[in-house]
Design a binder for this molecule. Structure first.
Ligand SMILES: [Zn+2]
Length: 101
């Protein structure tokens, strides 16, 4: 099922901003009460129940590819970016310790 209208979203297939529609995502078991916004939030989060976001399946109106987008708070994104930076530092420490031994 394809919903009417579109939003300008980065299409990973086109590698540029394209108008994309929200389409039903078969991975999502339940949807918003109004039935018009296919998204998942909070406890239904398959990745981590402490990270809240909305998941939508999009279809590019130019190339027709389907992909998922995640909408989350700026605070959550900053947290994830800082955690990635920490992981990168740890990887570099491990890498250099292997080189020295
Ligand atoms: Zn596209």
């Amino acid at each position: 099922m394809v919903m009417e209208g579109g939003t300008n979203i980065y299409c990973p297939e086109c590698s540029t901003i394209r108008e994309c529609k929200v389409v039903k995502n078969p991975r999502i078991a339940s949807y918003d009460r109004d039935g018009g916004n296919y998204s998942v939030f909070g406890d239904e989060n398959p990745i981590d129940s402490e990270i809240h976001y909305f998941l939508r399946n999009r279809e590019c109106l130019i190339c027709c590819s389907n992909f998922e987008t995640y909408e989350l708070s700026g605070e959550t994104l900053e947290y994830l970016v800082s955690e990635k930076a920490l992981l990168d530092k740890l990887r570099n420490i491990l890498k250099s310790s292997k080189l020295e031994s």
